[in-house]
Ligand binder design. Structure first.
Ligand SMILES: NC(=O)C1=CN([C@@H]2O[C@H](COP(=O)(O)OP(=O)(O)OC[C@H]3O[C@@H](n4cnc5c(N)ncnc54)[C@H](O)[C@@H]3O)[C@@H](O)[C@H]2O)[C@@H](O)CC1
Ligand SMILES: Nc1ncnc2c1ncn2[C@@H]1O[C@H](COP(=O)(O)OP(=O)(O)O)[C@@H](O)[C@H]1O
Ligand SMILES: [K+]
Length: 523
């Protein structure tokens, strides 16, 4: 397998096939998989709530194997002396074979009274709103059609209670592959998913409904996982650890490359400053910014470690066409370059950027106004000697693909990103909640880190600097794009833990890069 330290993301059909193979070929009983799944949920719950003894926990179980997992959770919680209420949506005779086994085991251990048939939401209201946690074991990967009737009522009841909600495998009602809500869906705080993460947890409404996603190993043999044909991966900390270059005793600043940042214009020197600082914080040895001449002093006053080079400018104080030859030299003498943050959309600057892109022969990141310069002209990318990394947000992506909108981009983020990266032989970082990275070989990776506090001015410039900083250290494009995105999101998460999401600003992400790197173990 090509990217061993990333985790495979699977569809429902792929997960079902893996479960089946594990049961039939490896001889692991389905009930054993269920036992491990249930135990995983209880461990996660303990991490959330502390000791479970005396806690009131309500579990809603459907008739399939997802419900079977719920019966296991109920038995294990009962053993820990939690106060457990179980509601089933189906009579015992209708349960799947393994779920029925787990149901019988539960009532043997805890007595018949622990389980009640679900009749209506009103029956549940008080119990749900008094619960310390609600476990949603109604529907998992077996969801086939829109949820209606009693299942829909049970889902509404869970959502109305507004208590800590833990989804078993998938939030009930979320399509395992697309993340679409099928009729109704549980809004969970935490989803404990089994074996491998399901695609729908990272797409569309699946993102908000899943909440935090934890993955529990249920003992699917790694050889079976390796044999699955999926081109979609989840970026992990162990992957990032293998990417960030080690600092040998004998290193010097030249060892870690020289990043060039072509950025800035009047009113937008901050974008250039933040990209440059982020490149240093992720380990680049040297960073130089090429900036319109009249704003050079402003940038110098903002920055200490970063060098700047004033370049010819337009009367609007943006980079001018006259800068072309000097910028080509600038690019040729750097290990990697970023083009775009804060450049403006001045027509002359746009023409300059287009000319630079045509002759780009260094590892590069194209962002912001460089992407605007490529709107409707993505064909120019074919002229780059080394496939560049593009970092659009959905609005920029829509302009790149033309005749599209941010909304339609977001409806199929993985598809849009992989199609573009393959068609234009580039790497693409499609930003937003659960950023998607796509490569020219058709691979896609999803970033699990990051939070809505990062929806604030300048955080994209920071990401651009981070990717460029890794490229400058000699990291290959795919690895640099994936690892920088992960560290960027983790830095945002760590910042949010201390200062909250509302006040978080882009420079907080730069300040937390060191902690993110130590957290991952690559500092
Ligand atoms: N042995 C296995 O295959 C394992 C399965 N596991 C669990 O089993 C789940 C999959 O189990 P199943 O395949 O039994 O499927 P589910 O338990 O997700 O649900 C399928 C059942 O719900 C019904 N159903 C489907 N759509 C419905 C709708 N819209 N409204 C009402 N009922 C609907 C189906 O007729 C079927 O009876 C996984 O998500 C996971 O939680 C885990 O225990 C790990 C091992
Ligand atoms: N809800 C969110 N969850 C996770 N990350 C987010 C969220 N919203 C924004 N981000 C991240 O913040 C950054 C925003 O970048 P961008 O839109 O280019 O902002 P700017 O142009 O102001 O720099 C991206 O890396 C994006 O993935
Ligand atoms: K569920």
């Amino acid at each position: 397998m090509k990217y061993p330290a990333m985790r495979l993301i699977v569809t429902a059909a792929q997960m079902q096939a893996l479960d089946r193979r594990t049961i039939e070929e490896a001889g692991v009983p389905g009930t054993m998989l269920m036992e491990r799944a249930g135990a995983g949920v209880v461990t996660s719950l303990e991490q959330q709530l502390g000791p479970l003894r005396g806690k009131l926990i309500t579990i809603l179980c459907g008739k399939g194997n997802n419900g079977g997992d719920g019966f296991v959770v109920a038995r294990l919680l009962h053993k820990q002396r939690a106060k457990v209420h179980v509601f089933t949506l189906a009579p015992a005779a209708d349960l799947s074979r393994d779920a029925a086994r787990m149901y019988r085991q539960l009532i043997r251990t805890a007595g018949k009274a622990i389980v009640k048939p679900f009749s209506s939401t009103s029956q549940l209201q008080t119990i749900l709103s008094d619960s310390d946690a609600i476990i949603d074991a109604l529907l998992g990967t077996g969801l086939a059609t829109p949820v209606t009737g009693r299942y829909a009522e049970a889902i509404d009841g869970i959502n109305q209670a507004q208590r800590l909600t833990v989804a078993v495998d998938l939030p009930s009602g979320i399509h395992a592959d697309t993340g679409a809500v099928l009729g109704r869906a549980v809004k969970a705080d935490l989803t404990v998913t089994f074996g491998l993460p399901k695609l729908g947890l990272f797409q569309n409404q699946g993102i908000d409904h899943a909440g935090r996603v934890e993955i529990v190993d249920i003992g699917i043999p790694p050889a079976y996982v390796d044999a699955v044909e999926s081109r979609i991966r989840l970026i992990t900390a162990p992957f990032v650890r293998t990417v960030v270059p080690p600092r040998r005793l004998s290193s010097h600043k030249g060892t870690f490359g020289h990043a060039g940042i072509i950025a800035g214009s009047v009113g937008k020197t901050g974008a250039a400053a933040m990209a440059a600082q982020a490149a240093l914080r992720i380990g680049a040895g040297l960073v130089t910014v090429a900036i319109p001449a009249s704003v050079n002093d402003v940038l110098e006053a903002k920055l200490l470690e970063v060098m700047t080079i004033p370049m010819p400018e337009t009367t609007a104080r943006t980079l001018s066409r006259a800068a072309l030859d000097r910028l080509k030299d600038f690019i040729n003498t750097r290990t990697a370059v970023a083009i775009g943050p804060g450049l403006s959309t001045h027509p002359e600057t746009v023409a300059l950027v287009q000319a630079l892109v045509r002759q780009l022969d260094r590892p590069s990141v194209l962002d912001a106004d460089a992407l605007n310069a490529l709107a409707g002209r993505a064909a120019l990318l074919a002229e780059c000697a080394i496939p560049p990394i593009l970092t659009p947000h959905p609005g920029e992506m829509a302009r790149l693909v033309t005749k599209s909108s941010a909304q339609s981009v977001n409806e199929d983020r993985i598809g849009t990103a992989t199609r573009f990266a393959q068609a234009h032989r580039c790497y693409l970082v499609l930003k937003g909640a659960r950023t998607v990275i796509a490569g020219p070989d058709g691979m896609a990776a999803i970033c699990p880190t990051g939070n809505p506090g990062m929806a604030t001015a300048g955080t994209g410039d920071v990401l651009t600097g981070m990717i460029t900083g890794l490229l400058a250290q000699g990291v290959a494009s795919w690895e640099a794009a994936c690892a920088a995105t992960y560290v960027h999101g983790l830095a945002g998460d760590l910042a949010a833990e201390t200062i909250g999401q509302t006040s978080l600003i882009a420079r907080d992400i730069i300040d937390h890069i060191p902690y993110a790197l130590t957290n991952i173990g690559s500092a």
